[in-house]
Structure formats: structure tokens, C-alpha cells
Ligand binder design. Structure first.
Ligand code: F6R
Length: 260
């Protein structure tokens, strides 16, 4: 069962995740960190940068892999995940850009780019700690409902609901790319520790389905139940539909030693 930690606010949950990840990097400076994009982890990255500045955390040997990228945006597009990761992670933390990897969504052959990304992750020894958000439809990465739970990094079509949810980053929904390269569910499950963040009432049903519902490709997040080490950090509204809340509250405290 996942460790489920419910905090009063997204800021408190993000700060807790950041403290844990910082301690893990301090214990293992050559950590391979998987990062999600979107709104959910933004505060975590800011908090991590603050801890780095305050404590002088050495991030020079940290390697980062992003979960996914849109297909077809020109290189340098401000809403491409390459740019989002550059702004929110690489620049904010002062990482060596050559150690930060995002699938190449502007490649002439995105299918080959997806295969190459999977190989690059393998060559790096895989992800140690993977930060995840979850879509209101239960997706993790951009693995939409129906994705094989054993899938690897590949090109996928984005659902209308995901494109509508992400239209806030573009002027209108039709400008949101229709395709993406995403780590597969199987790729994500290969990471050593999965840290899921979910905030807000709009995530409550997806969180409950992922953590407590049947394991099914219809809810790709439910694959988390197949992983031996998952920590879910939620705010109260995102935890509202969980049936087993009494087992979760304050049950665990994260320690770096538990992770690797
Ligand atoms: C982003 C990603 C997605 C998001 C999810 C939630 O890299 O893989 O699974 O985590 O769509 O997005 P937000 O956080 O914007 O609600």
C-alpha cells in the first residue's frame, strides 16, 4: 500500500516533499530524479531551490529526466516541457543542462526519439525518485486511460479532456498539441520510489481511483498499486474521496534511508 500523507495545504505537502528529496540528494548526490511538469509540482521545485540556497545542497551531480513532452511544438516554445523544465528545474536549481533530459518532441521522427529516450534512461541506470502528478482522468505522465500498464516510452495521442485541462497554458484548446512523447506506465514503475503529489478537489476522484480502486488500464494511476514504494502527498480536498483515510493520516514520516 502507498504511504499516504495528507497535509492541510499544497504548500505544506510540497515543502514536505522538497525536504525529503533534498535529504535524499544530500545522502546520494548522484541521484537520478524524475520530474513532472504542470501546475502541481511547481511549488516543490521552488522549495527545493530555496533549500539549495539556504543549505548549500550540492546538486552538481544530480541527473534529471522529465516524464513527457508535447510533439510538434517548435524548439524553444515557452509551453514546451523542455522550456518548462529549463525554467522551473534546471535554472531554478542551477543544474548542469547536460544532465537534464526531456524527450525531443520537435524531432523529425518522434517515434525514434521516444525509443532513444527510453534507452537514455536505461543507460543512466533508471530513475531513483520519480515525482508524479495525476490528471483528473487518472493519467500519470501522459498515459491516458487505456494505456497498457506495461507500456514503455512512446508517442501517444492526448485525450480531449487533457487538452482542455492544459488549454490554460495555451490560448485555446486547439493550440494544445494533440500528441506527446511520454514515459510508459511500465517505465514509470521501474523508478525506485514514486512520489505522487495531488492537490485540489478536481483530483479527488482520480486519487481515490488510483490508490484504492481496482488496478486497471482505465485508470493508469492505479498502476501505482503495483509498485512497492509509493508516497502520495495530498492536500485535504484531493484526499476527500479516499475511503480509508483513517489509515493514512500521519501514519508515516519520510526518511531518506527508506528510499534507496
Ligand atoms: C506532466 C504530467 C501530467 C501532469 C498531470 C497533472 O508532466 O506528466 O501527468 O502531472 O496532467 O497536471 P497538473 O499538475 O497541471 O494538474
Amino acid at each position: 500500500m502507498a504511504e499516504v500523507i495528507i497535509e492541510r495545504t499544497p504548500q505544506a505537502a510540497s515543502a514536505r516533499a522538497a525536504r525529503h528529496i533534498a535529504a535524499t540528494i544530500a545522502a546520494r548526490p548522484d541521484l537520478v530524479l524524475g520530474v513532472a511538469t504542470g501546475s502541481t509540482p511547481a511549488h516543490l521545485y521552488r522549495e527545493l531551490a530555496r533549500i539549495r540556497d539556504r543549505d548549500g545542497l550540492d546538486v552538481s551531480r544530480l541527473t534529471v529526466f522529465a516524464l513527457d513532452e508535447y510533439v510538434g511544438l517548435p524548439a524553444g516554445h515557452p509551453e514546451s516541457y523542455a522550456e518548462v523544465v529549463r525554467r522551473e528545474v534546471t535554472d531554478a536549481l542551477g543544474l548542469d543542462p547536460s544532465r537534464v533530459h526531456v524527450p525531443d518532441g520537435s524531432a523529425a521522427d518522434p517515434f525514434a526519439a521516444a525509443d532513444e529516450y527510453e534507452q537514455r534512461m536505461e543507460a543512466a541506470g533508471g530513475v531513483d525518485v520519480q515525482i508524479l502528478g495525476i490528471g483528473g482522468n487518472g493519467h500519470i505522465g501522459f498515459n491516458e486511460p487505456g494505456s497498457s500498464l506495461r507500456s514503455r516510452t512512446r508517442v501517444k495521442t492526448l485525450s480531449r479532456s487533457t487538452r482542455t485541462a492544459n488549454a490554460r497554458f495555451f490560448d485555446e484548446v486547439d493550440r494544445v498539441p494533440a500528441h506527446c512523447i511520454t514515459q510508459g506506465v511500465g517505465t514509470i514503475l521501474d523508478a525506485g520510489h514514486l512520489v505522487l503529489l495531488a492537490f485540489g478537489a478536481g483530483k479527488a476522484d482520480a486519487v481515490a481511483a488510483a490508490l484504492e480502486g481496482p488496478v486497471t488500464a482505465s485508470v493508469p494511476g492505479s498502476a501505482l498499486q503495483l509498485h512497492p514504494h509509493v508516497t502520495a502527498l495530498l492536500d485535504d480536498p484531493a484526499a476527500a474521496a479516499l475511503a480509508h483515510r483513517e489509515y493514512y493520516d500521519d501514519a508515516w514520516s519520510l526518511k531518506p534511508a527508506d528510499v534507496l
